[in-house]
Write a protein that binds this ligand. Structure first.
Ligand SMILES: O=C(O)CCC(=O)C(=O)O
Ligand SMILES: [Fe+2]
Length: 229
């Protein structure tokens, strides 16, 4: 038996790794990519303004412990701003993953002390939300995360099982696959947004699905909860 997905994940790996401006960050058990200056500073500022204009306390899929994710989130697609569509398009061009497998990009703002504790972006099998998510696009595959500013101190994106910490810098993009070759959650994809120590932190996160993604109207975009594998 074989699983057929519309874009083999190895193709995404090829698309990212063949660029000479792409840094391959070596982590235990995971391929992490860093591309500098994916957005220019004016674009970062414009996205930050959209996040400031419309945000709500960040949500979790399923039950999570208190203070697990203390940031605010903004469903950037709701703004209908042309820059958001342009960023979606550029991400699709970079990864080779078609637009119809993208979730709407989510802006996030962290103030001092706010964080997102270790979690998987991929949906956790056995959770109450899992069957519904499998109906609307299947598992999450690649995460692409854009740094919209450079926090003064703290706020790194850390992968504890892979032994990697990435410091956000305005305009930079990072990307990783949350699944292994069998389509199961890769334990090394566990990651967190470390507490911000000084200044604010703004990012925008793009999650991708295994199949065409057609969310019901009330669909809430958020990350998976932490769960030991
Ligand atoms: O804030 C970060 O660095 C990580 C955010 C994150 O993990 C997510 O949006 O899924
Ligand atoms: Fe995440």
């Amino acid at each position: 038996m074989s699983t057929i997905v519309s874009v083999p994940e190895s193709l995404v790996l090829n698309n990212l790794s063949r660029r000479d401006d792409m840094y391959h960050i070596e982590g235990r058990g995971i391929d992490l990519f860093l591309l500098r200056d994916f957005l220019d500073l004016a674009e970062c500022e414009a996205l930050i303004e959209l996040i400031e204009a419309d945000n709500h306390p960040s949500r979790l899929m399923g039950a999570g412990e208190a203070n697990f994710r203390t940031s605010h989130s903004c469903p950037l697609a709701h703004s209908r701003h042309p820059l958001v569509a342009e960023v979606d398009r550029r991400i699709s061009e970079l990864t080779g993953i078609p637009l119809n497998r993208q979730e709407g990009i989510e802006g996030q703002r962290y103030r001092v002390g706010q964080e997102f504790r270790p979690h998987f972006d991929a949906f956790v099998p056995g959770s109450e939300y899992f069957p519904a998510e499998m109906q609307v696009g299947g598992q999450r595959t690649w995460t692409v995360m854009l740094a919209l500013n450079t926090p003064k101190c703290g706020g790194g994106t850390a992968f504890p099982n892979a032994g990697v910490r990435i410091r956000p810098k305005a305009g930079n993009l990072i990307a990783w696959d949350n699944l292994n070759g069998c389509g199961e959650i890769n334990p090394s994809s566990l990651h967190c947004g470390e507490p911000v120590v000084a200044g604010d932190k703004y990012i925008a996160t793009k999650w991708h699905r295994q199949r065409k993604f057609a969310p019901p109207r009330a669909h809430v975009f958020s990350s998976g909860t932490a769960r030991a594998l």
